[in-house]
Design a protein around this ligand. Structure first.
Ligand code: UDX
Length: 436
């Protein structure tokens, strides 16, 4: 099939590349000329495991190309994916200007039937709005389909190639047929495609993200309670996770959820509900608790040093909002850096992928190391903000030599408690016994 993908962010680029991988002809469009030039030259603009191999293979085989020319892409394509940003607007609700603007541009270019697929996370009713834009600008028949993306950064390629499910919101039989054909190679293993109306599909995406954010937040609160009553959140996680109704996944407490989706989507859903006069109380609580959870690690540091960390030097492992990505949007590490500096401390950080992105924001307010051990030189304590695999089994002998004090504040529960007792560390993790 001939496909156009408008927008080459995380979702657009992964979607375009993975659609090319099963034999489709995909043109990706972006207004950013410099970015398009780089992609044409063979540069993958994001770090996403497994993407580069597919990217280069499909370019080489002529199935994946890049352009700034929307007209060219629209002319060729039977199906046009919109993967455009929906950032929070001034009121916190999703800003639809990119989507509606692109819809208007496309509507002036279509000369035959097309399926317009919305991949971005958008409020309920957006498909109707997009359809209205087309109606206002062209008499050509088109169908607007909602097809939310559930991919996780870091495993996005796998999530696209083998999705748990595909959700497609359309009431058009013609669009349904084309979408079924397009997704057939991805659901060969028997995972379902759910067809539903556009509004249900749009809300499914918000419901999924808000539910997962709530699940994590619930565990963060259980962890906080564990610390107070002297229980172990790991034991509780296993104890409840083996109940299939709860499930083992997404029960890991930490220092708050971050990233490009959860914070924005929880907020957008709460606001969307309130514009329909519905008070979505649980989501308000989730947002409040998550904001507070971002502070727990620094609170523990301040408590340990009796409120005075002026002149102290900290090593920080992990900057990305989660492992296997260079994405630092809403990353708890950014809050930690701000607070440590504000309180007069200095920081040396290491992250396998996200250091350049952080440098672009904090400049020389902190220093960076080329590996995790260098950060420890003369550090009063180590803070862990992201659970990269390389941090899980470090060389503790080397660490002992470098750290001024054997003190670790771990926001991701990387180490075994008994091991930390044996090694003689002060080890403060989340929802587990304090080793001191
Ligand atoms: C999420 C959804 O999972 C995905 O389906 C959607 O399409 C986009 O949003 P992503 O933002 O890439 O994906 O990250 P995810 O792996 O879901 O993690 C989100 C946040 O939750 C991270 O900050 C992570 O550290 C945190 N998290 C996750 C926990 O704190 N505990 C967990 O058990 C799981």
């Amino acid at each position: 099939m001939k496909i156009a993908v408008i927008g080459t962010g995380y979702v657009g680029l992964v979607t375009g590349t993975c659609l090319a991988e099963t034999g489709n002809n995909v043109i990706c469009v972006d207004i950013n000329e410099a970015k398009v030039e780089k992609m044409i030259a063979g540069e993958v603009p994001i770090y996403e495991p497994g993407l580069d191999v597919l990217f280069h293979r499909n370019i080489a085989q002529g199935r994946l190309s890049f352009t700034t020319d929307l007209a060219l892409a629209v002319k060729e394509a039977q199906i046009i994916f919109m993967a455009l940003p929906t950032p929070p607007g001034g009121d916190g609700a999703a800003d639809l200007s990119y989507i509606l603007g692109a819809a208007k541009d496309i509507s002036k270019l279509v000369t035959e039937y097309k399926v317009i697929v919305n991949k971005s996370t958008v409020p309920v009713g957006t498909a109707d709005k997009v359809q209205a834009v087309f109606k206002a600008n062209t008499s050509i028949e088109i169908d607007v389909v909602s097809n939310p993306e559930f991919l996780r950064e870091g495993v996005a390629v796998d999530d696209f190639m083998k999705p748990d499910r595909v959700v497609i919101g359309t009431r058009s039989e013609k669009a349904q047929k084309l979408m079924t054909e397009l997704y057939a190679p991805y659901v060969r293993q028997g995972n379902p495609i759910f067809f539903m109306d556009e509004r249900s599909s749009e809300l499914t995406k918000y419901a999924a993200n808000a539910f997962l954010a709530t699940k994590i937040t619930f565990m963060n609160e259980i962890a906080n309670l564990c610390e107070i009553v002297g229980a172990d959140v790991d034991a509780i996680r296993k104890g409840i996770g083996s109940d299939e109704r709860i499930g083992k996944r997404f029960l890991f407490p930490g220092i708050g959820y971050g990233g490009s989706c959860f914070p924005k989507d929880v907020q957008a859903l709460a606001i969307a509900a309130s514009t329909h006069q519905y008070d979505f109380q649980i989501l308000k609580a989730v947002m409040q608790v998550n904001e507070k959870q971002k502070t727990v690690l620094v609170d523990k540091v301040l408590k340990y040093y009796k409120g005075d960390i002026k002149g102290k030097h900290f090593a920080l492992w992990g900057l990305a909002f989660k492992p296997e990505t260079d994405d630092i949007r809403e990353a708890p590490a950014l809050y930690i850096i701000d607070e440590l500096i504000k309180n007069g401390a200095t920081v040396t950080a290491f992250d396998p992928e996200a250091m350049n992105n952080v440098k672009a924001i904090v400049g020389d307010k902190i220093s960076f190391s080329q590996n995790q051990y260098e950060t420890l030189e003369n550090a009063d304590a180590l803070l862990i903000a992201t659970e990269w695999s390389v941090f899980r089994n470090p060389d503790f002998e080397k660490m002992d030599e470098l750290l001024t004090n054997k003190v670790i504040f771990d926001g991701r529960n990387l180490f075994d408690l008994q091991k930390m007792i044996d090694l003689g560390y002060y080890y403060n993790s989340v929802g587990r016994k304090l080793i001191s």
